[in-house]
Unconditional design. Structure first.
Length: 185
């Protein structure tokens, strides 16, 4: 097995993101309250979808090589879930509160800047606002959305003011909202 993702792995990663973050009904799989889906069900049902032919080994390889580490496989190896980014409401990832670094970053496109600086960051269609520990990671996210802008979040002050931060399995910091007063560009 190769260790570098190729175009097939990227396509499968996007497919898994669609199913595990947004639309499990597309392949008629059931997600539990913690976002876990049975791997056998994904394989069986997705092999009837478009021209995707999944196996346990292929899914594990995609999980291991995904550059964003978007997915986790359960300890027993029977289930998979997305680590964050769900647009499906009421998914409980059992995340514990954590103390964030003093500064976190959020990547966005310049055309959103005026609204963000006025209204803050909101989760929009997702459950949480996603924040990065590394400037470079936020910049990579921003580049996907247009002319990139990286915002600095005063996470230390937010935390001191009582906001709760959660660290996902792939080291993305999650928060319910980021009021504008904690944001600088």
């Amino acid at each position: 097995m190769e260790n570098q993702p190729n175009s097939m792995h990227k396509r499968i990663g996007k497919f898994l993101s669609l199913i595990l973050r947004h639309s499990p009904e597309k392949i008629n799989v059931t997600m539990d309250k913690n976002g876990w889906v049975n791997l056998d069900d994904i394989i069986k049902n997705s092999n009837q979808y478009k021209d995707i032919n999944l196996s346990i080994d292929l899914i594990k390889l995609v999980v291991e090589t995904n550059d964003k580490r978007r997915f986790s496989i359960s300890d027993d190896g029977k289930k998979i879930r997305a680590n964050q980014g769900h647009s499906i409401q009421k998914i409980d990832l059992n995340l514990e509160n954590g103390t964030p670094p003093d500064i976190l970053y959020h990547g966005t496109a310049s055309h959103y800047l005026q609204s963000i600086m006025k209204n803050g960051l909101k989760p929009m269609k997702r459950q949480h606002v996603h924040l990065s520990q590394a400037f470079e990671d936020a910049l990579a996210v921003a580049k996907r959305h247009g002319k990139p802008v990286v915002l600095y979040i005063d996470a230390k002050k937010m935390y001191e003011d009582g906001y709760k931060f959660y660290l996902s399995a792939n080291n993305i910091w999650l928060v319910d909202i980021v009021p504008a007063k904690y944001i600088t560009k």
